[in-house]
Design a protein around this ligand. Structure first.
Ligand code: CP
Ligand code: NVA
Length: 314
C-alpha cells in the first residue's frame, strides 16, 4: 500500500498559496503514484468509508466527475450537493452550514462565486475544505496543471509558461502555483484583464525564493516566445455572461492559434482547463493538434485531487 504523509491531515485547500512548495510537491508526488496504481488496477483505498460533500453553485463537468470518482476509488463516498437545494440557497449562513456539515462529513468541496465564502466555510468547519473554483481562484485546477507540466516536461523549475487571455481565477492559481516551483511565468492580457495585483505580488515573492519569475505583458507573441507551455482559458467565465460581447472585443488577439504556437519552443505543450470556446481563446486545430496535452490535463485532475484528499482527510 502507498505511504501517505500524515502532517497535512486536517488542512484546507482554499488557495494554492496557503501550501508551501514542499507540501505541494508531496501532493504531486502522491498523485503520480496514485496514477500508476490506477493504471495497474491496484487497489488504493486510502480513505475507506470517508464522506466528501461537494457543494456546487455553478455548473461543472470535470470537477464534479473527478471528485466523485476520486473519492469512490479511495474507498469513500461523495455527495453531490446543489447549492440551490441546500438551505444555504434560502439564507442559512455559511457558519451554520459549516457546523452542521462537519457533523456528517469528513471533508467538503465547494464551487461558488465569492472566495470569501470558501474562506468562511474553512474558518468555521473543523473538517478540511477544498476550493472547487471561485471567481478568484481554482487551486485544484492548478494542482492538476502542475502535475501535467511536470509529467510532460520532466521538470517545473525553470520552465517557461505563457498564459494568454483573461487573468482570471485559473490564471491566478496557476501563476501562484508556478511561482512556488520556480517556473518562469508570463501572462499576456489586455489592459484591465491582468491577474489580481495582490496575487501577482505574492507570486513574485514566491518566485524570487524559488529562482523563478512572474511577468505581465500586453504582447501575446512576445509572451509565447520560446515558451515550454502555452496556456489559455475562456474569455468569459461563469457569472460574467453579460460581459461576453465586450470581452470578445477586448480579448481579441489574446488566443492560441497555429501562428502563436510557432513562437513557442518546438516541443511546447498546449494546456486549457476546459471547457473551450473555439474561435475565441483557442482554435479547435490547436486543441486537437499534436502539441495539445489537454486530455491528460483533464485526467490529471482526478489523480491530483485523489492525492489531495488522501493527504488532508483523516
Ligand atoms: N476545468 C474545470 O474545472 O472544469 P469544470 O467546470 O467542468 O469542472
Ligand atoms: N475561468 C473559468 C473556468 C472554468 C473551469 C470559469 O470560471 O468559468
Amino acid at each position: 500500500m502507498v505511504e501517505v504523509a500524515q502532517h497535512l491531515k486536517g488542512r484546507d485547500f482554499v488557495r494554492i498559496g496557503t501550501w508551501n512548495s514542499e507540501e505541494l510537491k508531496a501532493a504531486l508526488d502522491l498523485a503520480d503514484e496514485l496514477k500508476e496504481l490506477r493504471k495497474r488496477r491496484e487497489p488504493h483505498e486510502l480513505l475507506p468509508g470517508r464522506t466528501l460533500g461537494m457543494i456546487f453553485q455553478k455548473p461543472s463537468t470535470r470537477t464534479r466527475v473527478s471528485f466523485e470518482v476520486g473519492i469512490l476509488e479511495l474507498g469513500g463516498y461523495g455527495l453531490y450537493l446543489s447549492a440551490g437545494d441546500l438551505q444555504l440557497g434560502r439564507g442559512e449562513t455559511i457558519k451554520d452550514t459549516a457546523h452542521v456539515l462537519e457533523r456528517y462529513l469528513d471533508a467538503v468541496m465547494i464551487r461558488t462565486f465569492a472566495q470569501d465564502d470558501v474562506e468562511q466555510l474553512a474558518e468555521h468547519a473543523e473538517i478540511p475544505v477544498i476550493n472547487g473554483l471561485t471567481d478568484y481562484a481554482h487551486p485544484c485546477q492548478a494542482l492538476g496543471d502542475l502535475m501535467t507540466i511536470r509529467e510532460r516536461l520532466g521538470r517545473l523549475s525553470g520552465a517557461r509558461l505563457a498564459y494568454l487571455g483573461d487573468g482570471n481565477n485559473v490564471c491566478v492559481s496557476l501563476m501562484v502555483g508556478a511561482a512556488r516551483f520556480g517556473m518562469r511565468f508570463v501572462a499576456a492580457t489586455p489592459e484591465g484583464y491582468e491577474p489580481d495585483a495582490n496575487a501577482v505580488m505574492a507570486a513574485r515573492r514566491a518566485a524570487v525564493q524559488m529562482g523563478g519569475t512572474v511577468e505581465l505583458t500586453r504582447d501575446a507573441g512576445e509572451a509565447a516566445r520560446e515558451a515550454d507551455v502555452l496556456y489559455t482559458d475562456v474569455w468569459t467565465s461563469m457569472g460574467q455572461e453579460e460581459e461576453s460581447e465586450q470581452r470578445r472585443k477586448d480579448l481579441a488577439g489574446f488566443h492560441i492559434d497555429d501562428e502563436l504556437l510557432s513562437h513557442a519552443s518546438p516541443d511546447a505543450i498546449v494546456l486549457h482547463c476546459l471547457p473551450a470556446h473555439y474561435g475565441e481563446e483557442i482554435t479547435e486545430e490547436v486543441l486537437y493538434g499534436p502539441q495539445s496535452a489537454v486530455w491528460d490535463q483533464a485526467e490529471n485532475r482526478l489523480h491530483a485531487q485523489k492525492a489531495l484528499l488522501a493527504l488532508i482527510v483523516s
